[in-house]
Design a binder for this molecule. Structure first.
Ligand code: ZN
Length: 331
């Protein structure tokens, strides 16, 4: 189901105004940008706007028949295509369903809209099937593609869409927005969440809802105990069982980058405030060669996990923690 919203995130408001003020819309759009930055929300609101019978003040009205059908998740002229399971491909069968949908007349007599996300999940056959629809647009039909990684799309697909990058807000705007979202979070906690989310506000909010702050605290405490020799790597790897592996990988990558910058004197303080002391201490002690070798190993495993390789996470974490501790050992 699409997000049930009729407005984009506030930081995309200027782009929204430009886009919706146009008289003739493109047949296909590609909304690109970092995960958690508001692309899906933008595309959902834009789909709502295109389908609304009587938009008000430049947004879908949420009152008309078309809006009611959409809000109920049962608009026959609105199609959402996404992988059956997260991380899986969008297959050619799904795109054939799209081609059929496009060739039929609109059941409600208005526009038809297809939202496809993430567009890079289409395999080659699916993308080729989609190309036909992009080459022979049908009237009153709009394709909205959403992508974190537009460079992974077939160039022929990309070139047939109007590409609309949707960037992130400035740090202060993101922090103000996240603080306003309720939940009993301090400003410091919001700043930490945003940092974990690479500055993407909606991702930061999701992390907050997934209790990432508590998990982070547990992990940071664990790292301190590990370096003091108070806990064995194997024990810690098991204790972190409930922490998503993507988060752990992200954190270790960010800390490693902090260590490199600190060691080269490029920065005075680590960007990870809760790890500032630990990283500062480590940066003074470790050897750069060892750090670079660790970084290579870490990035390689992050890639493997991202490609859904069948890895044993406890064994991986144990190995990672042994190496992390060994960073401090002199040869
Ligand atoms: Zn409406």
């Amino acid at each position: 189901m699409l997000d049930l919203v009729s407005r984009p995130a506030p930081w995309h408001q200027p782009i929204w105004q430009q886009l919706t003020a146009q008289q003739d819309f493109a047949h296909a759009y590609l909304f690109s940008g970092q995960p958690g930055g508001g692309k899906r929300r933008f595309a959902s609101a834009f789909a709502a706007f295109l389908m609304c019978d009587a938009p008000e003040h430049g947004f879908a009205c949420d009152q008309c028949r078309s809006c009611h059908l959409r809000l109920a998740g049962s608009h026959p002229d609105l199609l959402l295509l996404e992988p059956e399971e997260e991380g899986k491909a969008i297959r050619v069968d799904a795109v054939r369903q799209l081609v059929d949908f496009i060739s039929q007349t609109a059941q409600q007599g208005g526009r038809k809209v297809v939202v496809l996300q993430p567009a890079e999940a289409m395999n080659v056959n699916a993308a080729n099937a989609l190309l036909k629809s992009l080459e022979e647009p049908s009237a009153q039909t709009y394709l909205l593609l959403i992508s974190d990684q537009p460079s992974r799309l077939l160039p022929t697909v990309r070139s047939r869409c109007r590409v609309q990058p949707l960037g992130l807000p400035a740090g202060t705007e993101a922090l103000a927005w996240l603080t306003e979202q309720g939940g009993e979070r301090s400003r410091e906690e919001c700043a930490l969440l945003l940092q974990m989310a690479g500055g993407a506000p909606l991702l930061a909010l999701t992390l907050a809802q997934q209790d990432a702050l508590a998990q982070r605290e547990k992990v940071v405490e664990g790292i301190k105990a590990l370096l003091k020799g108070q806990v064995a790597p194997s024990r810690l790897a098991e204790q972190w069982n409930a922490v998503p592996i993507e988060l752990l990988l992200d954190w270790f990558c960010a800390w490693t980058l902090d260590l490199l910058k600190l060691q080269q004197g490029a920065v005075e303080h680590a960007t990870s405030a809760d790890m500032e002391k630990v990283l500062g201490y480590m940066a003074q002690k470790l050897e750069v060669q060892r750090l670079l070798a660790w970084q290579d190993w870490l990035l390689e495993h992050r890639r493997l996990f991202a490609s859904k390789a069948n890895l044993n996470r406890v064994l991986f974490l144990e190995k990672a923690l042994v190496q992390w501790k060994n960073l401090l050992q002199r040869r």
